[in-house]
Design a protein around this ligand. Sequence first.
Ligand code: GMH
Ligand code: CA
Length: 134
Amino acid sequence: MYCASVFSLVWIFINGNSAGEKTFQANGSEGDFETSKATCSQAGGLLASPRNSAENTAIHQIVVRHNKKAFIGINDIQTEGTFKYLSGEAIRYSNWAAGEPNNGGGTEDCVEIYPDGRWNDRSCNEKRLIICEF
Ligand code: GMH
Ligand code: CA
């Protein structure tokens, strides 16, 4: 257990996926928004939900490492145009790509993070890399 903890800390340090109190992890699997949420929840975590630029950078690095866009734990399912965390709390930090969110096709209520770290609102039915926070 001690060795595993030390290994984990070294791994996190080398891979730079830790920000403040949180650790972000992906294993390469993909899912739509509901599957991504459920997968992280079953693992005892939460779908990665960046609350500041340090956390966004940590998630961004995982997206680059896997070369796959990922959903984050933010959506405007309840009220169009009002983006909230999974807890229902309205977001204060954001990192939208230029021109986003645009609710393309009128059906974009989830948020993906691009390989440049910027955000795009996107259909919750797309399949994306699952990144969890613990
Ligand atoms: C439209 C255009 C693109 C934009 C996409 C994206 C889809 O196709 O406005 O420039 O990248 O929407 O917002 O989620
Ligand atoms: Ca969009």
